[in-house]
Design a protein around this ligand. Structure first.
Ligand code: ARG
Length: 450
């Protein structure tokens, strides 16, 4: 049964029904009921509903709430959407007075409200997951101790850094992903309830009352904006997509690290899959799917933006599609966070020493520290690289004689700062790849999150 039969001479075609009905919004059932309860209380307080009607409606809604909580609420094929399902069930429970629920309300402000309530709820879940993930990275950083790896630029070994420093880079990225959800929560803190179909109502209602009952700090200023805008859904999808993209980069690292060629990490058997053909295989599929699914969130961002771009004011049914995008983006992010966090918590890290060439910049900086212009020092060390390579040597095999053959200003102590472990120990700058900086970062992350 639809909510709008009166002006029609025939029942909706099955074709129309199948094409237009949305079942994806059923997961907003509790949010819908929460909104309706606040709406009824407001209507009663301002005197639009009698106390008797208000009580009847509230009792019915609370009964449906209990059914929903026990997962006993039954949706029917004839329910056009979650809002229709609730009104239908309310009628079954309390009779004709159920028809008063929709006083001074439209599904347009109702769905805008449900979306805000839903996003407020799941954003808090995602924030919790992101915090927990950052702590798992801090634990992993502590676990790997003073293990040193190379940074890579252009996929070539660059400088020596603690592996912990590399892991913590992701913790900071995820901290920002978390703070984006926090920023969004502030903008979500405004109730659209009372905007009605888009033009407001002639009934004497007070949207401030329902807003405060629902814990919103503010109320809409423009009823058209309140029902027709979906920028906050788009923002949610983007924030989720950015977090998924952060995780996709991490997934790519996890995949590279598990290759025979890198050999930096291995993952628990229970977090990997096998091959149906090659018995030796142990595949990090969760990381691959994290990377693959990030692509689908990028698609969600494109879709939610495109969904809005040609829409005239105010509500258009196109907007129904926003929910699938939101749910898909958020569910996928939630799953990816759980999967990668488990992989990292169970990972063993065992990277080989980086090549000694990663000390080249340190050697140039040794010259720079005694007044040689950096550009000249860079050139001198470049020549040394050529000389050593010509005699099939690496930086680890250089001695003071080979250094001085290139430039007389090299000193014997310079050789103490080029091997990867020494290079890291000589690093001093704030936030750089040193063990001191790693300890500060771990403490800072833990302090901000626990
Ligand atoms: N299911 C609809 C949606 O998500 C609810 C709003 C319907 N409003 C309407 N005027 N048909 O957009």
């Amino acid at each position: 049964m639809s909510l709008w039969g009166g002006r029609f001479e025939e029942a909706p075609d099955e074709l129309l029904w199948k094409y237009t009905v949305d079942t994806s919004d059923r997961r907003m059932l509790l949010d819908d009921l929460t909104g309706s309860l606040a709406h009824v209380t407001m209507l009663e307080r301002v005197g639009v509903l009698t106390g008797e009607d208000g009580t009847a409606l509230r009792n019915g809604l609370e009964q449906i709430m209990a059914e929903a909580r026990d997962e006993k609420f039954i949706f029917l094929e004839s329910d056009e959407d979650v809002h229709s399902a609730v009104e239908r069930r309310l009628g079954e429970l309390i009779g004709d007075v159920a028809g008063k629920l929709h006083t001074a309300r439209s599904r347009n402000d109702q769905v805008a409200l449900d979306l805000r309530l839903y996003m407020r709820r799941v954003a808090a879940d995602r924030i919790g997951q992101l915090e927990s993930f950052a702590l798992t990275l801090a634990d992993a950083a502590e676990r790997v101790g003073e293990t040193v790896v190379a940074t890579y630029t252009h996929m070539q070994q660059g400088q020596a850094v603690p592996l912990a420093h590399h892991l913590l880079a992701y913790a900071w990225m995820l901290q920002r992903d978390r703070s984006r959800f926090g920023d969004l929560l502030q903008r979500l803190d405004e109730s659209p309830l009372g905007a009605g179909a888009g033009g407001g109502t002639s009934l004497e209602i007070d949207p401030e009352v329902s807003a405060s009952l629902l814990g919103f700090a503010a109320v809409f200023d423009n009823s058209i904006d309140a029902v027709a805008s979906r920028d906050l859904v788009a923002e949610y999808v983007f924030v989720a997509a950015q977090a998924a993209v952060t995780l996709s980069r991490l997934a790519e690292d996890l995949l590279l690290w598990a290759t025979t060629e890198y050999g930096w990490a291995s993952y628990l058997d229970r977090h990997t899959t096998g091959s149906s053909a090659m018995p030796q295989k142990k595949n990090p599929d969760m990381a691959e799917l994290a990377r693959g699914r990030a692509a689908t969130l990028v698609g969600d961002v494109t879709s939610i933006l495109t969904l809005q771009k040609g829409l005239p004011m105010a509500y258009n049914r196109d907007l129904q599609e926003d929910k699938r995008l939101l749910f898909h983006a958020d569910d996928t992010l939630a799953g990816t966070l759980a999967a990668l966090q488990a992989m990292i918590a169970g990972a063993a890290f065992h990277p080989p020493e980086p090549s000694s060439w990663v000390g080249a910049l340190d050697l140039a900086e040794a010259l720079t520290s005694r007044g040689v212009p950096f550009r000249e020092a860079h050139h001198i060390v470049g020549r040394l690289v050529v000389e050593l390579s010509a005699s099939a040597k690496t930086l680890a095999e250089a001695d003071l004689i080979s250094l001085r053959a290139v430039d007389a200003r090299f000193e014997s102590g310079d050789l103490d700062r080029i091997l990867p472990g020494d290079s890291v120990r000589h690093r001093t700058g704030r936030g750089g790849g040193s063990h001191e900086s790693v300890a500060i970062q771990i403490a800072k992350i833990r302090q901000s999150l626990t």
